[in-house]
Design a binder for this molecule. Sequence first.
Ligand SMILES: *Cc1c(COP(=O)(O)O)cnc(C)c1O
Length: 226
Amino acid sequence: MYLEKNLALVKERLARAAAKKSRRPDEVVLVGVTKTVPVETIAEACKLGLTQLGENRVQETLPKMEALPKEISWHFVGHLQTNKVRFVIPSFHLIQSLDRLKLARELQKEAEKQEVAVKALLQVNIASEKSKHGFHPAEVEEALTEISAFPNITVLGLMTMAPYVPDAEEVRPYFRQLYELFTRTRVPGVYMQYLSMGMTNDFEVAVEEGANMVRIGSAIFGERKE
Ligand SMILES: *Cc1c(COP(=O)(O)O)cnc(C)c1O
């Protein structure tokens, strides 16, 4: 019951934020972040139409994938250790957290071995926070150029996590900056299709600043315990 209400409310807030910038609600992809959420609850959300799901731990996700409908597209949104790459490649639809060149090299090696193509977003550490992973804004173009030479990886855009602040208005300049980078960067072989920014705390501001993909956990599933 609460799920249906929460989901409807999130969609309504998303639509309102999109409308402020004259965009249709369906121009923004809603990814439900299901880390720590039990399988039964995810199955319910799936029935309500939420089929793009984000997870940040490989071990936690693989059993969920087994138990849940195949129509779900799984997004990896966590810091990915290179020794987990071989599990992630066949099962995730989009790796949103390509945050270092070493990871790109490992993804390429493993994707070549498995003879598949990998889709990814480049993670940008937009506020240059020590506690966060990702490329600094000034490194983005060079990183994309380097990664575009890897035949089995296709980069489809950028992802960021803004600093956590009580008032989301404070991070508006960061979202604006990433949108700028998103629209300005042109690297052959890189498709700037998705700008993934905005979480429970700040998704409306992110959408107003041009996000076309948001990753929302607690506003849909409730507060996480950890
Ligand atoms: C947990 C997480 C989210 C969702 O966080 P909420 O604040 O619960 O919406 C989004 N993106 C990433 C990368 C996360 O780790």
